[in-house]
Design a protein around this ligand. Sequence first.
Ligand code: NZQ
Ligand code: ZN
Length: 378
Amino acid sequence: MLNFNYYNPTRILFGKGEHTRIGSHLKNVSKVLIVYGGGSALKNGTLSRVQSSLEAEGIEYFTIGGVRPNPTLEFAEKVKNIAVDSGLDCLLAVGGGSVIDTCKVAAAWAKYDGDAWDFFTKGLKIEKALPIATVLTLPAAGSEQSMRVVINHNDLKLGTASEKIRPMISVVDPELFFTLPKNQIAAGVVDMISHIFERYFTNTEHTDFISSQAEAAIRTAMIYGPKLMENPKDYDAWCQVAMVGSWAHNGYYGLGQVEDWACHAMEHELSAYDPKITHGAGLAVITPAWLRFVSNVNPSRMQRFASEIMGKETIEEGINALCDFYKAMGMPSRLSEFGLTKEALEVCAKSACERTGMIGQFKKLTSEEVLSIYQSVH
Ligand code: NZQ
Ligand code: ZN
């Protein structure tokens, strides 16, 4: 196992009704910008309950909606401008990963004189940011506890990480997830499982403590995810899935080991190429294809995946069972289902390796290998 240095200051307020008390937890804050997405939070009343909670505490707030899925740098700039012009001291995201990531970019940009794209393209570290609070409405990306941020700009989708953009406080209130459409529930479950896979598939040895817990977390998502597809208002099932989602990406499952991230890199190319592609749905297609491609790299780890997570004897059976799970959750299994052409895959494969040469750590992949993974599930 490798040394690690782990610090996660995000306060999590978990459970029924917690979003109606968010104001009382923002004691040192006087002027807030609430940011939301395309309107679900407005329609289902979450936004007005959050606003009432701030009013009850005498916190002044502004509100801006309109963040799209696979959010853009341009919208983050709008948020940043309001934050700077109005002298705000906190950004409050009410939404899923796209809204939270918009706030993360804006929070860093508000403390930086240049263009925030520099953080994504020039290796510039985010050293300062406005405080961020979140009211999560979709457990999937794990951005409510993560130090990562991903943003679309100029046909690219790039990510970066910094301790400075971990939210100071996040509400995870499972009742807010009751209005989610089934495709978003399924994509969310796929995404959180992938966040654990990206860490679980490692060549680092002696990682038993974390690996066993990763297996338990994935099994939990696989038990309770399907229950939510049957009944999206199953509070107890949401509690389990939301715990997996929020912990999946806070760094815990990667402690002391080299992480992979090839599947995410390959998926981000797809949802950069066509922002209508839902991140989790893209991962549902890519992940089994990647598993087949790397199945001989580290047989004991692959075998452990098959037996401890999928309950199967062979690696092949394990991968097939994962495909069956994604299928049962209503996820696509071919890239052509997104309308992606062969030419599009060539563009994505080239772009995936353009900045770093190769992607992944479990097995480092060239752009030719990325293309062959894409083509295997076209
Ligand atoms: O925009 P509204 O109208 O709110 O609708 C949203 C959106 O259409 C809807 N939704 C959210 N909560 C809802 C709801 N609909 C009904 N009821 C609710 N309670 O869901 C749709 C998708 O929302 P979005 O925020 O885009 O989804 P998600 O949370 O999956 O976030 C995806 C983004 O996060 C990035 C992805 O790449 C993608 O850009 N990621 C961010 C990460 C991070 N910062 O650590 C890590 C991830 O790996 C991921 O890459
Ligand atoms: Zn993800």
